[in-house]
Structure formats: structure tokens, C-alpha cells
Design a protein around this ligand. Sequence first.
Ligand SMILES: *Cc1c(COP(=O)(O)O)cnc(C)c1O
Length: 448
Amino acid sequence: MSKKVFLQESEMPTQWYNVIPDIPGGLEPPLDPATGKPLDPKMLQAIFPDPLIEQEMSDKSWIDIPDEVNEILKIWRPSPLVRATRLEQMIGSKARIYYKNEAVSPAGSHKPNSAVAQVYYNKICGIKKIVTETGAGQWGSSLSMACCFFGLECLVYMVKCSYEQKPFRRSMMQAWKGEVIPSPSDTTESGRDVLKNDPDCPGSLGIAISEAVEIAAQNSDTNYALGSVLNHVLLHQTVIGLEAKKQFVIGNEKQPDIIVGCCGGGSNFGGIVVPYLRDKLDGADIRFIGVEPSACPTLTRGHFAYDFGDLAGLTPLLKMHTLGSKFVPPGIHAGGLRYHGMSPIVSALVRDGLVEPVALHQKECFEAATIFARSEGIIPAPESSHAIRATIIEALKDENKDKVILFNLSGHGHFDMTSYDKYYAGELHDYNLPEHELAKAAEHLPKL
Ligand SMILES: *Cc1c(COP(=O)(O)O)cnc(C)c1O
């Protein structure tokens, strides 16, 4: 196969693949925390448009991608599938390594794949403004861009410490007309509450979600959007795996034996992996490896239980792997992987033994990122470096001789160079989460 395989625009997927009906053990429904009973979808109408609520619960295997969405995705899609020959040489790989390059989107990650779809459905439902939270800034910038394209206003609550540490992500949002407020703020009840007790609070994703949901729930022309975890987000990300499948055919290569992705909320991993699930269920010998940071080991050490998606407990209860919604992950640099929960779909696939979860420390991931940058040129996002490290581990095993490994390069790291600086200065440390901290966080799991 040549170094890169491109698809024609005419070969882009026209439907998303909905994995829900194919999950062997099924998916358990979200629960209303007030009653402990399955959630009435109507309760979501205060913050989400109907088509997204439908997708969230859908049992149809294929869902049409609207032309208006695909027209915008065409700005950077189809994304290239690249053979990492120079990486293979540098590490002495036994396997052939390929990566799907999602860093080519304008925002620099896979997140616009869902942002564009979510904003489109809000627009056709008459919504004028979308409010969201962002940690590292990847989701806030993706949503700002999508809102700018469709003429909606975008308001982003950005975790205050990131707001101060990552001024260029903030600038990107402003370039796409997004309004950015550091959280906690005095613009919401939940923000004011926090500030009253702790005026210098650095903020957290949990607080920012509460602020965003509060604004969305109060204004009928305003909705909320989430960048990962939920079923409809994972659905939109299936374009990644669907494209890859075609690219292996066109490139005259066998389909991958191993697929690797990093897991924050599970959307980029789910997006590349689930289009291959039916093949695996039909007997194909294919492994799915989901990689998380050891400092936030949701899949490898968390509980599979019903839990809230946010700190304040405003969201429905989701059945997922979780460290407890009160868990505050230590400040590792892969900001996008610092989430206490996990996509219910990815969680169910781990439960059913179809996905192998792996946890890695940050220093070995930055080392892998550096090897990748010095062989293939691209400086990966710290999140994506987890997938690269796991790929290198597999590529060096004798048992994987002549196998094909595909990993998802979920984004580039151009706005994360301070983390690289710290790594090169020897200032990054690995963190072993003690068992008693996990136990403490789990005490707050809701009792049903
Ligand atoms: C947000 C982000 C992630 C983690 O989110 P998932 O939903 O797990 O994909 C991974 N990589 C990058 C570059 C991100 O921006």
C-alpha cells in the first residue's frame, strides 16, 4: 500500500452506524435520579433538540447523515489513513502500523465531527444559542466553529485554570465568534454559589457543566451540547471507522487485527472501533484496545454502576464505568482524558469482554509522542499519545508479527506545548492513584 490512502468525497459515508442494537448484552437505560426509573425522554427537551434525543435512544442500525452536515465535514474529510513506515523503522516494529489522522480538522481534533452535527440539529429546531463547557478547550473551539458556520451564538464556560493557562484555545474560540466565560463565574446561580465559599476556586469540568446546563434549562431558545460520553456523540464519530474500513480496501491492505484509541469520554475510540464490531461478533480475529491514563483509570479500576455525569448531580444517571462523580482527577496534562465517567456504549463493550482496557502513565506516553513526532513529524495531542504508546507496545510483540495495527490520532498537540516543555524539563511525574482514594470516591455513587 502507498504511504497514504485518501477517499474521494463521493466515497464518504452517507449514514452513521448506530451500534446500540448490536451490543450483545444490551445497553441499560438512563435513569431519572428523582425516581430511579428509566428517564422520560421528554425531560431532555429542556436542553437537547428532538432529533438528538431520538438518536440517543435509537434502535435503528443506520442513520442518514444530513447533506448539510456532510457538506461541512468535506472541508477536512475524508481524513487520511497513513502508514506509519518511519515510526515502524524507528522502533523496529514487527507489525504494520496505520493511523487515521483526525488532527486535520480546523480545530485540530475529531471533536468537530460531532459539533457540526449537533449544531445542525439545533438549528433546524429553531435554537438560537448553544451553551457548553470546556476543559482543555478542544470541545469549546469545535463547537464555536460549528455555531459560526450555522449562524448560532455559542457560549462556552471554560474551566478557569485552563482559561488562564491556555490563552490560545480561548483566542481560537473568539476567532469563531464564541463567547468564553471563565468558570466558576457570577453569571449563574451555581457559579455564584461556588464563588461565595471559595472566591479563588480554579474551577472544574463538573462546575462548568452545571453552569452551562443551568443557562440552557432557563432559556427556551438556548440548548446545551456535550462533546463526548453520550450515544449520539459516539454515533457521529463513526465516520472515522467507516472511512477507515473503505481505505483499507482501496489501499489493498487487509483490515486491521488490532485497533487502538485513547479513552476520555470514549467518543474517538468508539468512533473508530464500533464499525468493526459486527465483524468481531461474526468471528473476525480482531482486538479493540481502549487506553486511559493511570491517573484517571475509569475502565480499569472504576465501578460499572449508575452515576451522574457531573459534579452537582444535575444530569440523568448513566450506567457506565465511573470513579464517582465527586472524583477530581489529579492534574495530568491529558486534559481531555480527565473525566470520572465513560461512554455507556464503551462501558458495555468492556463488560461484554469485547474491548480490552489498558491504563498507562503519562511519562511513557510523552516518550511515545516524542518518538512519533521525530518519525512521522506530527506532534500529537497528549490524549492521543496514550494510543501511540499502546500501539508501540503491541507492535514490538513477537505474536503480532505481520499483523496490522490501526490507531486513532485523535488530535495534534500544538496548543499543548507547555506540557511538552514540562516533560522535556523533567518536571512531569507519574502518579499512582492509591486504592483508598478510589474507595473514597466510590462512596458517593448514588444508592438505587
Ligand atoms: C477530547 C479529546 C479526547 C478525549 O475524548 P473522547 O471522547 O474520549 O474521544 C481525545 N483526544 C483529543 C485530541 C481530544 O480533544
